[in-house]
Ligand binder design. Structure first.
Ligand SMILES: Cc1cc2nc3c(=O)[nH]c(=O)nc-3n(C[C@H](O)[C@H](O)[C@H](O)COP(=O)(O)OP(=O)(O)OC[C@H]3O[C@@H](n4cnc5c(N)ncnc54)[C@H](O)[C@@H]3O)c2cc1C
Ligand code: SF4
Ligand code: SF4
Ligand code: SF4
Length: 420
């Protein structure tokens, strides 16, 4: 029997599982529906300035770069598992891959995108900092596939990487086990309209904040590109909230929220920051470290030292635009006895997570079920298939926990020879 292990999802969980299995000489088929590997970590920023803050982001990105070259791992990008069926000698997975129209010889020079005449472009670099860095063409926008027959990108490409003849590929692989690592969706901050996301430009979600920090290396206001001088970070946005249906604690947002605050403050000595929270759950890290750091951040004003970072145990009830163009937050104080309104230049909403439901076809193929919170379970795997759910698909977890658990689970699969 050909005992390849099918790993679905190329985020920190899937990457770690694939790497652990391949290091144990198991053959792996890694199926990722996005255009690069890295999962959510592709869109996250390194949270260290002068020293590493153990945010785990680089670890995930490095795994993505390594796995592409690892013998024994077949990586399929822009791909989805269509079905998994029982065969005499194990299971057969059918996988469909969408065309990329750019081959592996792409060196990521971006000359193609610079000459592409389409408004908003039709050829793209892969999202975030994932790997591989191979470009791809969006067929629906590309003029080559319309009457204009454009070939501008092919003309400037130094490595002849453009392939307009690329087609959808349907392949089958014999497999013994399935590792499902389809990950998380950040909560859409528009679900909490009172906090202004979606209608006040400089109210951003933590996903936006991560992207801005990643791209610009510092925090800037989306509205005018200036450095905000007073920032609010609001924790627990969407999590622990009956209205959004996410009643659980997302577990990792205190950890990344505190690190984003540190990154901003240490990167710009002119910024002040108010950190609104209900509880500080900084996962494996003492909360006191963050409290001490915040307390140490002081500014000298007329011989007095005043705090630059304030920790406020309260959930703002509303964000609104003032006549002065600033964002005002209405908040009750910690004793609930007084309502205050405070102006800011930028507000960051630390959103939590929802598990990402696997596609129906896959769920039916594997007899997957969702628990009351939407996390994936596989209690009675179809016809004895070995199915392991890993990472944020199974419950909220940060990269460190994801990696630790994925290593242990994959090592167990390898010990059993890839099968049940
Ligand atoms: C704003 C924000 C900031 C964060 N910051 C940090 C931080 O600083 N440190 C930290 O440790 N954690 C952080 N996290 C949490 C971190 O993102 C997760 O712990 C981690 O991404 C979980 O890894 P995963 O592989 O389970 O899921 P994901 O990273 O979501 O990866 C899942 C992968 O599966 C793919 N996929 C989904 N469905 C399918 C399918 N049907 N077929 C094929 N592929 C599929 C997706 O495209 C994706 O690539 C943050 C999260 C958010 C939302
Ligand atoms: S010009 Fe060619 S090599 Fe350069 S990024 Fe575009 S496709 Fe890749
Ligand atoms: S063929 Fe023309 S329209 Fe299509 S991606 Fe290349 S440059 Fe853009
Ligand atoms: S980790 Fe922190 S911010 Fe996230 S839901 Fe839990 S308490 Fe709220």
């Amino acid at each position: 029997m050909n005992n390849k292990v099918l790993v679905i999802g190329g985020g920190p969980a899937g990457l770690t599982a694939a790497q652990t299995l391949a290091s144990d000489n198991e053959e792996v088929v890694l199926v990722e529906r996005g255009d690069t590997l890295g999962g959510m970590a592709r869109e996250l920023t390194c949270k260290g300035i002068s020293e590493c803050r153990n945010c785990g982001v680089c670890f995930a990105i490095d795994r993505a770069a390594e796995i592409i070259r690892m013998p024994g791992v077949e990586v399929m990008l822009r791909s989805e598992v269509v079905s998994i069926d029982k065969k005499e000698d194990g299971f057969r997975a059918k996988i469909r891959s969408s065309p990329r129209y750019v081959t592996k010889s792409c060196i990521g020079c971006d000359k193609c995108s610079q000459v592409c005449p389409v408004d908003g472009k039709a050829i793209f670099a892969p999202c975030g900092s994932g790997h591989p860095r191979t470009h791809w063409i969006e067929r629906g926008k590309c003029l080559h596939f319309r009457k204009q027959k454009c070939e501008k990108c092919a003309e400037v490409c130094p490595t002849n990487a453009i392939n307009y003849d690329d087609r959808v590929k349907n392949v089958s692989r014999n497999i013994s086990s399935v590792i499902l690592a389809t990950g998380l969706d950040p909560i859409d901050a528009r679900e909490i309209p009172r906090l202004g996301y979606g209608h006040i430009t400089d109210v951003v979600s933590s996903v936006d904040a991560e992207r801005i920090l990643n791209e610009k290396g510092r925090m800037v206001r989306p509205s005018d590109g200036t450095s905000p001088k007073k920032i609010a970070v609001i924790q627990c946005v969407g999590s622990r909230n009956e209205k959004t249906g996410v009643e659980y604690c997302s577990k990792f947002c205190c950890k990344y929220g505190t690190k984003i605050a540190q990154l901003i403050i240490e990167g710009d000595p002119d910024t002040d920051l108010d950190f609104y929270f209900m509880d500080l759950r900084t996962l494996y890290e003492p909360q006191d470290d963050f409290k001490k750091w915040a307390n140490d951040m002081k500014r000298k004003v007329e011989k007095k030292k005043v705090p630059r970072v304030r920790l406020i145990r309260s959930m703002p009830s509303q964000a609104f635009l003032g006549d002065d163009g600033r964002i005002w937050l209405r908040t009750s104080d910690e004793t609930d006895s007084e309502i205050t309104e405070t102006p800011y230049d930028l507000v960051i909403l630390s959103v939590g997570m929802r598990p990402r439901a696997p596609p129906d076809l896959l769920a039916r193929s594997l007899d997957l079920a969702m628990d009351g919170c939407g996390f994936v379970r596989c209690e009675n795997p179809k016809e004895g298939a070995r199915v392991i759910v890993l990472g944020a698909a199974s419950e909220p977890m940060d990269i460190e926990e994801t990696v630790t658990r994925a290593m242990a689970a994959a090592a167990d699969v390898a010990r059993k020879g890839g099968s049940a």
